[in-house]
Design a protein around this ligand. Structure first.
Ligand code: HEC
Ligand code: HEC
Length: 283
C-alpha cells in the first residue's frame, strides 16, 4: 500500500470514535432455521494467497443487521423476491409467454445463480444473470429488455438468488470466460480517481478496518442483490461497484457496461466456495 492509501485510511479511521480493528465475527448464519449458509471458506487457488480465507460481508455487519437476514419475515429483501415471483408468472411480449411457460416453477432454477456470470455459447460472451434474463425476454418472449439494475432485473435476480441460497458459488474462470475474467482482475487491481485507490486497496488490504463509519468487508457479491438500509431497497452489483468507484473520486463505468460485467465475473470468482446468500441485508 502506498502512502496516500495509508493516509486516507488512517485519516478517516482516526476521526472515528469507533476506531479499532473490528475483525470479522465468528457468528454463523442459518436462514429460517434450515438453510445453512457458508460465510467463510478457504480462498480459491486463483487468489494466490492474497487472503487465506474469503468471508461474506454478513460478518462485518452489526448484530441487528445480521439478524434481519436470519428469517425471511424479517428480511425486507424478500419483498423483492415476491415481486420477482409475480413477474416470473406474468405473460409479457409478442409470444404470449411468461418465464414459467418454459421454465416451470422458479424453484427449478435452484443452482443456476451459483454459476453466474457464465459464458454463453450462442452470444459468444460472458452473461451476467441479468443479461441471460434479457436474452430470454428479447429472443424467447418478444418482450422488452430491462435496463441494468432496473425494472424487473433486480426482483428476478433476487428470486433466482433466493432459490439457490446455501449452494456454493462456483463460477468458471477458465475456458472461454478466461479473457473476460482477466479483464475483471485487471480492473480490480487498477488504482483510480483522485484518491488513487483500487478495489484491492480497500477490500483486500484493509478489510476488518473502519473507514468513516463503515466496517470494511472483502467486498464479496455472494449476497446480491442486497437490501441496503441506507437506501431502503434492493441493490444490484453494478450499482454497488459504481458507488465504490465514485468514492475514489473517479469517473465510473455504467451499470451493464462490458467493464462491470468483467468485474462482476472476477469478484464473483473471489467468492467461489461461499454460499449464495441473496437477497442479503447490509448497511
Ligand atoms: C420460450 C421459452 C423461454 C421463456 C419464455 C424464457 N426462457 Fe429462459 N431459457 C430458455 C431456454 C431454451 C434456455 C436455455 C438456452 C440458452 O442458454 O439460451 C433458457 C435459459 C435461461 C436461464 C439460464 C439457465 C442456465 O442454466 O444457465 C435463465 C436464468 C433463464 N432462462 C431465465 C428466464 C427468465 C427469468 C425468464 C422470464 C423473464 C425466461 N427465462 C423466459 C427458454 C425460455
Ligand atoms: C475507499 C475504499 C473502497 C474502495 C476503493 C472500494 N470500496 Fe467497495 N466498499 C467500501 C465500503 C466502505 C463498503 C461498505 C462496507 C463493506 O461492505 O465493505 C463497500 C462495499 C462494497 C461491496 C458490498 C459488499 C457486501 O457484502 O454487500 C462490494 C461488492 C464492493 N464494495 C466492491 C468494490 C469493488 C469491486 C471495488 C473496486 C471497483 C470497490 N468496492 C472499491 C469501500 C471501498
Amino acid at each position: 500500500m502506498n502512502f496516500k492509501t495509508m493516509s486516507l485510511i488512517s485519516a478517516v479511521a482516526l476521526a472515528l470514535p469507533t476506531l479499532g480493528m473490528a475483525d470479522a465475527d465468528d457468528d454463523s448464519l442459518m436462514i429460517n432455521e434450515e438453510i445453512k449458509i457458508v460465510t467463510k471458506a478457504s480462498a480459491p487457488a486463483h487468489m494466490d494467497g492474497a487472503v487465506d480465507e474469503v468471508m461474506s460481508g454478513w460478518h462485518f455487519r452489526a448484530d441487528g443487521t445480521q439478524a434481519m437476514q436470519m428469517d425471511d419475515f424479517d428480511n425486507p429483501g424478500m419483498l423483492g423476491v415476491e415481486t420477482g415471483e409475480d413477474i416470473w408468472n406474468e405473460v409479457d411480449g409478442s409470444e404470449g409467454k411468461s418465464c414459467a411457460s418454459c421454465h416451470g416453477e422458479s424453484a427449478s432454477m435452484a443452482g443456476v445463480k451459483a454459476v453466474y456470470p457464465k459464458w454463453n455459447d450462442s452470444a459468444e460472451k460472458v452473461f451476467t444473470m441479468q443479461m441471460q434474463i434479457n436474452d430470454c425476454r428479447e429472443n424467447r418472449m418478444g418482450a422488452e429488455t430491462y435496463k441494468a439494475d432496473k425494472g424487473g432485473s433486480i426482483p428476478l435476480e433476487a428470486l433466482l438468488a433466493s432459490v439457490s441460497r446455501g449452494m456454493p458459488v462456483n463460477v468458471a474462470t477458465d475456458g472461454p470466460a478466461q479473457a473476460t475474467w482477466e479483464q475483471g482482475k485487471d480492473l480490480y487491481y487498477t488504482r483510480t480517481g483522485q484518491l488513487d485507490l483500487s478495489c484491492a486497496n480497500c477490500h483486500e488490504d484493509n478489510y476488518g478496518n473502519m473507514i468513516r463509519a463503515d466496517h470494511l468487508s472483502q467486498g464479496q457479491i455472494n449476497g446480491f442483490p442486497t437490501y441496503r438500509l441506507k437506501n431502503a431497497k434492493l441493490n444490484g452489483v453494478h450499482s454497488r461497484f459504481k458507488g465504490c468507484v465514485r468514492d475514489t473520486r473517479a469517473e465510473t463505468y455504467k451499470p451493464g457496461s462490458d467493464e462491470f460485467v468483467a468485474l462482476e465475473l472476477y469478484v464473483a470468482s473471489r467468492g467461489n466456495g461461499l454460499s449464495v446468500e441473496g437477497p442479503s441485508v447490509r448497511n
